[in-house]
Design a protein. Sequence first.
Length: 481
Amino acid sequence: MDVPLIFLPVIGTVPAWRKAARGLLARGVPEAVWQVGDAPADLFATETAEPAGKVPALTLSRDAIAEIETALCHADPERFARAYGLLRRLADGLVRWGDRSDPAMLKVLHQAKTVRRAIHKMHAFVRFREVSGEGGRRAFMAWFEPDHPVVEAATPFFAKRFGDMDWAILTPQITARFVSGVLDYQLTAPGTVIPDDATEGLWRTYYANIFNPARLMVDAMTSEMPRKYWKNLPEAELIPGLIRSANARTSVMQAAAPTEASPRLLARAKTMVAEALPEVPTDGLAGLRAAAGGCTRCPLYAPATQVVFGVGPEDAALMIVGEQPGDTEDLTGVPFTGPAGQVFDTEAQAAGLDRGAAYVTNAVKHFKFTPRGKRRIHQRPDAGEVSACRWWLDLERELIRPRLILAMGATALASLTGKGEGILSRRGKVEVATDGTPVFVTVHPSYILRLPDPALQMAERARFRDDLRTVADMLRETAND
């Protein structure tokens, strides 16, 4: 049987390969020669025609399909034959997807990773120049030379990010055009030139002035942004000279004597900080809760649905401090109502700890998350966000004046004591908050839910229940003092 020669178009290469591979698998063709470029119309049509009979079932996971088709965007000329051979062996049951002991499988996975890196570099290093547009829409053009044929895989990112503009990204082979909300591709015309942009002169002046020679690390800079991409950057012509003069400029900076800020400027700075803080409400928890609803002290307020403030009696002997709201709490506005809250309620009841008598709150009042499809995945607050929200937690403590605080999780512990590290070694101990209130340390219930081993989960739940029982005993002891 002759080995068929399959021609794939320059634009739409991956879908064309998919269609051709399906037809070849259906006819039981063991191998083929693949070529990207122009071909006689009848040859391409013959080799990619759909089979008359039923196509044998080949079920692949979405991850497998995504990895194979991502690897097809590599520059390796053998990628199409390798991927087809891998499909043949997957269909025959000779190899399982993900088996890295298989050389072809390992090569496909490695090349998919390389392609993703190339796509990331295109997203990072494309530099647009503004050109004259039509219909009142702003228009931009850019030139880029990717290491691999990733234009069709990489450019939908720009369509989402710059959907209100018209733009074109030219590469040596393919041009991506986005006009009036429609993204299409065409072969790049020979001799195409990107027009100059007057604003690039302003950018070069600004870049030269903010360049800090004391922080120059050439190896790190070229590792993140290889020199091949410099020619597409407006500031590229400045970089060699800035690197050469860095040592001299650093010496000048070191020789300059530091100056102290005047008392007048320091006083003004303190006043500005004080003016930036919201006024402390004078009408108890209700006023504090209402004021927190308009908090903009850190960026977390913007994507969150609402502030999730503390709930409970104002004279509570116990304050329970968690880390931050989750997805459920963000929607309900009430702390500890999600899966972690359900674990806490169950174990608190078993331990004899009355949640209703406690004041329950979080160290951070807004939900921090990253979107993943239709889901919102929890992200841990950073130190700046914890610090910004500590202002509200301190006011809650001043109003409640609890006899004991239960800190659940590293974020809560950091907000109360100034240090969140080593929570597992500090668990079960009593520490002191910055205002002198005793703080009992334990893990957050979400830690238990994340444990993969069911037996370990049961053991940790029992230990968590013991921690809550200790807290209940401490409250009874302090009530009798």
